[in-house]
Write a protein that binds this ligand. Sequence first.
Ligand code: PEP
Ligand code: MN
Length: 249
Amino acid sequence: MKPFMPPRLIIADPCAAESGEQIITSARWIQKCGGQVLRAGIWKPRTDPNDWQGSGDKAVRWMWKAKKSTGIAIAAEAKDMRTLTMLLEAGFDYIWIGSRNGQNYALLEEMGRMTKKSKTPVIVKRAMSASLEEWLGSAQYVTKNNPRVILCERGIRGYSPDTRNILDLQTAYLAKIQSPFPVIVDVSHAAGRRDLILPMSFAVMAAGLDGLMIEVHPHPLKAKTDSAQQISFQNFQLLMSQIDARYGR
Ligand code: PEP
Ligand code: MN
């Protein structure tokens, strides 16, 4: 199988798409800094059903427009069959399955089936309490039909209030050496706080993993979701230049 992603995959952008303006501005910035993929939460899986649930369907168009005008690849989470269909019809380049659906076998299998023809890579986020075996099992539901799977570690449930989750680099590394799949790490949801994004990104690169997912927002303090973990455009630029300097391009 031909490589289906760049050797170092950097997926960046906001936790949630909040406006068309935000998305296009971010797309330009991410691209300028060397990020290859624009991410955004469109239908947000929120703990509280009364919280804001994301911009919804209209944000698919904002992402599509950003791709059309900049050429950047786009990625989003499909939460069910309907949203998966919408993302595929809009030409999303990567689709991910979120941690909360990480063991939704029916959806995983359907993802594989529906992305088979388009050959769209599927990013399988690790369920928040999945063992390595369970995580790889989830991936195999996709590969029944589509072999283009990327694993994404995003932190596992811990006990400490100091960080949102525990970045489990050990299991991410084991996944890399024990499976045929590329492994990337979502440092933002692992850490839950922006002061850990830079050092944890270095750790991921030092471990020889295949890429990063990072939440970036034009005004992190004003972000509607996950404000504490999103980094500014300037800090993303700094991070990218430091990664290039340390680990090469
Ligand atoms: C996300 O990436 O937007 C997200 C909600 O992450 P996770 O599914 O890992 O919690
Ligand atoms: Mn988020």
